[in-house]
Design a protein around this ligand. Structure first.
Ligand code: PLP
Length: 411
């Protein structure tokens, strides 16, 4: 175990070396148009039609949606249209959608909004061990601050699927909230929400899912999984960064995090970010209409080609489980994933070692460790995440880049 000071020094060296590599070789850096972007779980490019839909709200339609005059009214109408697009995409009522400043805010609102309504301690909340920090950190902080017990059942796989049993064992009559992500940002693995939420409902607990990495990749509707609360973030499905939403089932009352004006039906104060909300609505409409199967075919082609080239010198984490069709978590023998990432980046292939918020960190991903990978396997793992804008030609070029930097030792 490294002392935190040594970890800090190593991290510093890593960043300095990385940056000086950039400076030294900048002239040879691949042209931007040749860059291959396979890091779509970190963020996605904004679609042209989304940008088009947003632009008027930076120009003539700049009004405050809360003003009664016609300029304000134009903005109000646009927000309500976007709310309708979100509601349609999720199969819910427009009154059940609250726009937020990002996915993290929606997650915070869900967790804190429930716990702040419950006066007594002695209760517990249950989350999975592979949650994004927006849930894991919020739940840990809130549990400690308000005196709730935080239960984190282990991630386990049984008979080729994620086992819901540890969750069913953790939920009891004192459980007030169960929050389990719909799909992992790092591995794409989807969680058995239906069974977990059915058990939660039996004891009267509220059910929240962070569906940030699921929406636009797999069909996800609150009614199908029995969710009371569901978070989304626009920049994960070709919308802009800095806007998200929380679905709040009718009848569920949360304590607001932002107090002030009565925007969003008094559930989130602050003048609405009109252009970004419009962008989110448009992106959701496009996401629902997109061909999920085509992205899956691209990912499967990538994995099949890698398997053909490298055989057992490469492994696909959790490939046997239900996964989002765009994500491939690949273990490169016992190589250092950070080094491979830098080498691939230098050749124009943008990928990730794990969650974007932990990139630059030399320690292996906590989520991968919690998912049961060894330290060595987690350290050697890279995440490739595709979008509908990627092509087979890009996959072929990426395979060439990988071939140039990953040369497994024989024997
Ligand atoms: N939840 C998951 C699963 C995510 O992957 C992310 C972003 O990486 C978030 C929440 C946070 O979303 P935002 O970046 O909009 O705050």
């Amino acid at each position: 175990m490294l002392h935190p000071f040594h970890t800090f020094c190593l991290r510093l060296c890593f960043i300095v070396c990385y940056n000086s590599c950039f400076e030294r070789f900048d002239a040879s850096f691949p042209c931007r148009c040749l860059m291959i972007y396979f890091d779509n779980n970190a963020t996605t490019p904004v679609l042209a039609e989304v940008r088009e839909a947003m632009l008027p709200f930076f120009e003539d339609s700049f009004g405050n949606p809360n003003s009664v005059h016609q300029v304000g009214n134009k903005a109000r109408v646009a927000i309500e249209r976007a709310r309708g697009q979100m509601a349609k995409a999720l199969g819910v009522m427009t009154s059940e959608i609250v726009f937020t400043g990002c996915g993290s805010e929606a997650d915070n609102q869900a967790i804190l909004g429930v716990l702040l309504k419950i006066p007594d301690s002695g209760k517990n909340l249950v989350i999975s061990s592979i949650e994004h920090p927006a849930i894991a950190e919020t739940a840990a902080w809130a549990a400690a601050r308000f005196g709730f017990e935080l239960r984190i059942p282990p991630f386990s796989v049984r008979e080729g699927r994620v086992d819901p049993m540890p969750f069913l064992d953790a939920i009891d009559e004192n459980t007030v909230l169960v929050s389990v992500m719909a799909a992992s940002n790092e591995t794409g693995v989807t969680m058995p929400l239906g069974e977990i939420f059915a058990a939660a409902r039996k004891v009267g607990a509220l059910c929240h899912t962070d569906a940030v990495q699921a929406f636009g990749k797999i069909p996800i509707k609150p009614a199908d999984i029995g969710a009371d609360l569901l978070s989304l973030s626009a920049h994960k499905f070709h919308g802009p960064k800095g806007v998200g939403m929380l679905y709040i089932r009718r009848g569920v009352s949360l304590e607001p995090l932002l107090h002030g004006g009565s925007q969003e039906n008094a559930r989130r104060a602050g003048t609405e970010n009109v252009a970004y909300i419009v962008g989110m609505g448009k992106a959701a409409e496009c996401a629902v209409a997109s061909d999920h199967a085509a992205i899956g075919q691209l990912r499967d082609y990538f994995e099949a080609r890698l398997a053909e080239i490298y055989g057992e010198q490469i492994a696909f984490n959790f490939a046997g489980l239900a996964r989002t069709p765009n994500t491939s978590s690949v273990r490169f023998g016992s190589e250092d994933g950070n080094l491979l990432l830098i080498k691939m980046d230098r050749k124009g292939l943008c990928i990730s070692t794990g969650a974007a918020c932990s990139s630059g960190s030399l320690s292996p991903s906590k989520t991968l460790l919690a998912s049961g990978l060894s330290e060595e396997a987690a350290q050697a793992t890279l995440r490739f995440s595709f979008s509908r804008l990627n092509t087979r030609d890009e996959v072929d070029r990426a395979l060439q880049i990988i071939g140039g930097v990953y040369r497994p030792r024989s024997g």
